[in-house]
Design a protein around this ligand. Structure first.
Ligand SMILES: *[C@@H]1O[C@H](CO)[C@@H](O)[C@H](O)[C@H]1NC(C)=O
Length: 482
């Protein structure tokens, strides 16, 4: 399904339709003689057959003439706030089937959502359901829906970054790898899940299907860098109970605020574990409330705390926090869901910058001993905001990035599924075989930022693909800033 057609083509095909009969004043309507009508029809047919040269089309309609940008646009245009992913899943099914993929819609049922939603699982027709490499991302977004808006260099809209930029560039990367015969049909499969932004139910459902992979590449905004991992998460409510009384007679009451202040001061100054890879564990007291009036001793106080765990495990942090709160009267900690340990990712591929992240992903929700890569276009800093956006050049870079990751994994394949690393920390040193990739990583290519319509590429048109030639296929046309 294409949601938009090139404006130039709409104009050409619509123009001749209006001259079938001549409308005159006073209600006189002259029907054209049949001969003339036939003549007009001929002209109409001829005009409809005029092909706009591809380089012109790229200028008139850069988004519509780019498989990558138009796929991304269609995805962003479809609202898919968590719980309402059905339409975008249906779109992806149609799209992927039209590109020669076998597509399974995998129903996910969760108590949180009344309707059945579907993960989209796809692999090349004629290939295998069980491939060594999986590329995956999520199709749900945070609320509210923000419509697609096309800019010169940038695309705006909900999900344009998180994570439909990853979805679109993963798909195009696999299409190109197949077309250029860098991979066979049984090498890479694609999975786009529901519910990543809320409960992770879509990805956790995959654990029931008995599928496994050697390496899984997760698509999330990482600024086109290979993530070394992301912090874990712990969330707790701290509550203090006291007894109300007149503020003039504090000895008759118990001040809940005084107690929670002591507790929170301790937490705020707590020494928590850190690692070189992910940095410090950080603790945020996000909400505080307590008391009813200035002249009443408060009987109740509450605070909500989120901890981003940079080292060790959730259970270690839990012990440290509970120890700190011991001995403070009337204060109690309640741990909330979800919580997870720090996630360490594989980043043993050459030619990538690395990044440590402080947000959560679906990585801990997928069981298995697969290698874990985390990479994608865009930055988390805009991901959930009302100005969510992505640079078009980043989409193109991400296609190249995913292709290099797949090729890198394949060329280092001996490493894959050696021994499941016991400790995820510093996993690479534990693994048995480490074979240097025999294929050099492609050089990091500069971002496409200038107008570039290579004459040769334009004349070739879209009809014939030149094998092994990567860059001529999708030319970004981005006006130079003045
Ligand atoms: C980590 O914590 C140490 C000690 O509290 C502090 O000096 C350092 O600046 C922190 N690092 C970062 C990146 O915040």
């Amino acid at each position: 399904m294409r949601l938009y057609a090139s404006p130039s083509l709409i104009a050409l095909s619509a123009a001749p339709l209006v001259v079938h009969s001549l409308q005159l004043p006073f209600g006189i309507d002259i029907q054209l003689p049949a001969v003339l009508d036939t003549h007009l029809n001929n002209i109409k047919t001829q005009i409809a057959q005029i092909q706009v040269p591809s380089f012109i089309n790229k200028i008139i309609d850069p988004t519509g003439s780019s498989p990558l940008l138009s796929l991304h646009r269609d995805l962003v245009s479809i609202p898919s706030v968590s719980g309402n992913e059905a339409e975008v899943a249906g779109y992806l099914q149609t799209y992927l089937e039209s590109k020669g993929f076998k597509v399974e819609l995998i129903p996910v049922q969760s108590p949180e959502y009344p309707t059945t939603r579907c993960n989209v699982f796809a692999y090349p027709e004629g290939g295998s359901r069980s491939t060594p490499i999986l590329l995956t991302s999520h199709i749900d977004t945070v609320p509210p829906f923000i419509p697609f808006k096309d800019g010169l260099r940038t695309v705006h809209g909900r999900g344009s970054c998180d994570a439909k930029a990853s979805v679109a560039s993963q798909i195009i990367a696999v299409e190109e790898l197949l077309a250029q015969k860098h991979i066979t049909a049984d090498t890479v499969s694609l999975l786009f899940v529901v519910g990543e932004e809320t409960t992770g139910d879509g990805m956790r459902h995959m654990n029931t299907l008995n599928l496994k992979w050697d390496a899984v590449v997760f698509g999330e905004p990482t600024e086109l860098k290979l993530a070394v991992g992301h912090k874990g998460l712990a969330m707790l409510d701290v509550e203090a109970k006291g007894r109300a009384s007149h503020s003039g007679y504090p000895n008759l009451g118990i001040n809940a605020n005084s107690h929670i202040i002591q507790a929170l001061y301790k937490l705020d100054n707590l020494k928590l574990p850190s690692s070189d890879l992910l940095g410090n564990t950080t603790l945020n007291i996000g909400i505080m409330s307590g008391g009813v009036a200035a002249n009443v001793i408060p009987a109740f106080a509450k605070a909500e705390v989120a901890i981003r765990i940079g080292a060790e495990h959730f259970s270690d942090v839990k012990v440290l926090v509970e120890d700190a709160l011991k001995g403070i009267d009337g204060v109690e900690a309640t741990w909330k869901q979800p919580h997870y340990d720090p996630v360490f990712c594989d980043h043993d591929l050459e030619g990538f910058e690395t990044i440590a992240l402080s947000y959560g992903t679906d990585i801990p929700n997928l069981n298995g001993n697969h290698k874990k890569y985390l990479y994608g276009p865009g930055t988390i800093l805009v991901a959930h905001g009302d100005n969510e956006k992505i640079d078009k050049s980043d989409l193109y870079e991400a296609v190249k990035g995913y292709k290099r990751i797949v090729k890198g994994i394949l060329s280092a394949k001996a490493v894959v599924v050696a021994e499941p690393a016991k400790s995820e920390t510093a996993a690479s040193s534990v693994e048995a075989v480490v074979i240097e990739p025999s294929v050099q990583a492609e050089p990091v290519v500069e971002k496409v930022e200038k107008v570039e319509v290579p004459a040769a590429a334009a004349e070739k048109g879209d009809t014939k693909k030149n094998e092994g030639e990567e860059q001529a296929e999708y030319v970004t046309i981005l006006p130079i800033d003045v």
